[in-house]
Design a protein around this ligand. Structure first.
Ligand code: GLY
Length: 423
């Protein structure tokens, strides 16, 4: 099998790393990939936004399977274009990808199919939204309807913050087209968990839960990021709770869409909040999570390529995924200044020494390679990932490994999985 993975972050590095272990995989290309991925596959420069060049590459390079990592090309309809040319591609089509591409679409689907989620209203008119905010009070959550690179969600603790969020979407148009509609949603409290499930449009096959850390500093302080670390399993979500979430969230969503003529094929990622009244969906994503994938795939036994083919061939009925009991944590090494402005091009040292720590794999999220030297090339640079029998050992391994790595300005959270270390 010759595979093309679209994307170039830590998620794609973990996908490439896992796919490389499949006996049937002969060659992996990644577009654009990154420095670390270039050691596991061949990085190719394809303009992912230019659908024609994405089509040309798999056609002329005898690609058997294309896997789309990020949400933007899914929402743009890349899967539809490739499938129409007879190519095998992993990911939902545009219509189904709207579960992530439009928050109001996702809310409406959940409402129609009885999926538990926070109460919400959708507005495109600023005066109507402002009047609603006045009545609803704070805390309250304002979300830009479309894709906003993870920056379109405002948890407003006061009426002033809520009004500012509304203005930045509907008046200042900070998110362009993505913010011309907003979803105003009830504020929910509880721990958050990511539960990803593979689906062939009919059968839903859950993966193991993971929990990520969104704030930049220890103790969940500071601004939100794309994720500063993650761990799996999540002890507060036992098998029974995970099964009940899949039963009340993923299954009715997939079945409900199918009844409406929309086949969801790929990974359905439920961002779930565990409230006192039960689990509620905060958001759906239509792809593998980042950095969730970096802790889920190391725990997965078996062949990812074969599993993905079973999804595409609508053949999940008898599929079982086996998981190791080992726990996995990943700690993100970020550039100085991230999630604000940061410099790139800093040489990275200590990667070989870090990889020598038992159970450790370093996934690259934002690096470039020149000969044998790696340089920073993004806000999130590395995902230092450790597998071990206990959370204590996994933490020790990950933090020993990251202490061996250095680049100018590097920072990371010291408390990843601390809350579960005693397990
Ligand atoms: N971990 C959040 C995301 O993948 O969107």
């Amino acid at each position: 099998m010759r595979i093309l993975v679209i994307g170039g972050g830590g998620r794609e590095h973990a996908l490439v790393w896992k796919l490389r272990q499949s006996p049937s995989v002969e060659k992996i290309f990644c577009a654009p990939g990154n420095g670390g991925i270039s050691l596991d596959g061949e990085c190719v420069q394809i303009d992912v936004e230019d659908t024609l060049s994405v089509v040309e590459f798999p056609e002329s390079n005898r690609i058997d399977l294309t896997i789309v990592g990020p949400e933007a090309p899914l929402v743009e309809g890349l899967v539809d274009v490739l499938s129409a040319r007879g190519m095998r591609v992993f990911g939902p089509r545009k219509e189904a990808a709207m579960l992530e591409g439009s928050k109001s679409f996702a809310k409406a689907v959940m409402e129609r199919h009885g999926v538990p989620t926070g109460a919400s209203r959708t507005f495109d008119d600023c005066d109507a939204a402002a009047a609603y905010l006045e009545k609803a009070g704070a805390p309250i959550v304002i979300k830009a309807d479309g894709l906003a690179a993870g920056k379109g969600v405002f948890v407003a603790m006061s009426h002033e913050e809520a009004s500012e969020a509304l203005d930045s979407c509907l008046i200042a148009q900070r998110f362009g087209e993505a913010g011309t509609k907003v979803v105003v949603e009830e504020y929910l409290q509880g721990q958050e968990v990511s539960l990803l499930a593979l689906t062939d449009g009919r059968i839903v096959l859950p993966m193991v839960p993971a929990q990520d850390y969104k704030r930049v500093y220890d103790g969940d302080q500071g601004p939100n990021t794309g994720g500063m670390g993650c761990y799996s399993p999540v002890p507060i979500v036992d098998e029974a709770l995970a099964a009940s979430i899949v039963h009340t969230v993923h299954e009715p969503t997939v079945t409900g869409l199918a009844e409406e003529g929309i086949e969801f094929i790929g990974v359905l990622y439920g961002g779930i909040i565990l409230t006192a009244a039960g689990p509620r969906v905060l958001e759906f994503n239509v792809r593998f999570g980042d950095p969730e994938t970096q802790v889920i795939l190391p725990r997965m036994k078996g062949d990812l390529c074969e599993l993905m083919l079973s999804v595409i061939e609508r053949n999940l009925a008898d599929y079982r995924i086996e998981w190791t009991d080992d726990v996995c944590i990943t700690v993100v090494a970020a550039s100085g200044g991230y999630p604000g402005g940061y410099e790139t091009g800093k040489p990275i040292s200590g990667l070989d020494a870090a990889a020598e720590v038992d159970g450790v794999t370093v996934f690259h999220a934002g690096t470039v390679r020149e000969d044998d030297t790696f340089y920073t090339a993004g806000g999130r640079v590395l995902n230092v990932t450790a597998l071990a029998p206990t959370f204590r050992e996994a933490r020790e391994r990950a933090y020993e490994a990251i202490s061996r790595i250095h680049f100018d300005g590097m920072h990371y959270r010291k408390d990843i999985a601390e809350r579960v270390e005693r397990n």
